[in-house]
Design a protein around this ligand. Structure first.
Ligand SMILES: [Zn+2]
Length: 243
């Protein structure tokens, strides 16, 4: 009697499990729900800021190449090179002017994991082309204290929380560019740049050589070269999260 009851109970449990999984398979609730939450945890939000725009052309190089246009093409290309688990937003998606505070606030309002501002350099000497990645540097205002994680920072100085990780991000991107499309030393340095100082996440500003340098301008006139630079920057971003 006890054995037969146990068999009936076991049979009922098995039948219920089968019904549950059949329903789950039909509605997709169990499997897709689990996948969705696991995927959501891995999504990285990246805000890319193509410098200048509209009346503000940035650097103009030989042949009429303009920084604002090259940086927009580069920003779009980086978005295309990052893996699908990276959600990319651009601060501007066309040729129009936006101010510096707006650029940073896009990153803060999107809750971005990273903010990357894109610029080219310019030099009085057409013989020079320098690649530099800037991060913010510690400020000496009185309330800044790295040992006090809860120290209140002014809103426009939130980057002070992230300087070390921003420097690490700059190093990762610089390593990729040096071995890749830049093919030369990429300097990493701290500088008080307004577009970075209010960003509440790791943030860097990349200067991709000087457009006033004719060989560099010629390279950036070619979309394949811009795509190669974008690939290196995207790889550096992935390295930052993996290393
Ligand atoms: Zn610029």
């Amino acid at each position: 009697m006890a054995d037969s009851s146990r068999r009936i109970l076991h049979g009922l449990q098995t039948a219920l499990l089968v019904v549950f999984f059949l329903l789950a398979a039909v509605t997709g609730t169990v499997s897709s729900g689990m996948n969705r939450s696991a995927f959501a945890g891995d999504v990285k939000v990246i805000v890319i800021d193509p410098g200048h725009g509209g009346h503000d052309h940035g650097v103009t190089g030989p042949g009429g190449i303009v920084e604002k246009q090259v940086m927009l093409t580069l920003a779009r290309s980086i978005g295309g090179k990052l893996p699908p688990s990276f959600k990319v937003h651009l601060t501007r998606t066309g040729d129009y002017h936006i101010d510096i505070k707006y650029r940073t606030s896009v990153a803060n309002n999107r809750g971005a994991d990273l903010f990357v501002s894109l610029h080219a350099g310019g030099s009085h000497s057409s013989a020079v082309s320098v690649w530099t990645i800037y991060h913010d540097r510690p400020k000496a205002f009185p309330i800044y204290d790295q040992k006090r994680a809860q120290a209140p920072f002014p809103w426009d100085q939130l980057q002070q929380r992230h300087i070390q990780s921003s420097a690490r991000l700059a190093e990762r991107i610089g390593e990729r560019l040096e071995k890749g499309a830049a093919g030369q030393a990429v300097d990493v340095m701290g500088a008080p740049l307004p577009v970075l100082s209010g960003a509440n996440m790791p943030a860097v500003l990349i200067e991709t050589g000087c457009l006033t340098h004719p060989p560099t301008a010629r390279k950036f006139a070619n979309t394949d070269y811009i795509n190669a630079v974008a690939g290196d920057i995207a790889s550096g971003i992935v390295d930052f999260f993996e290393k």
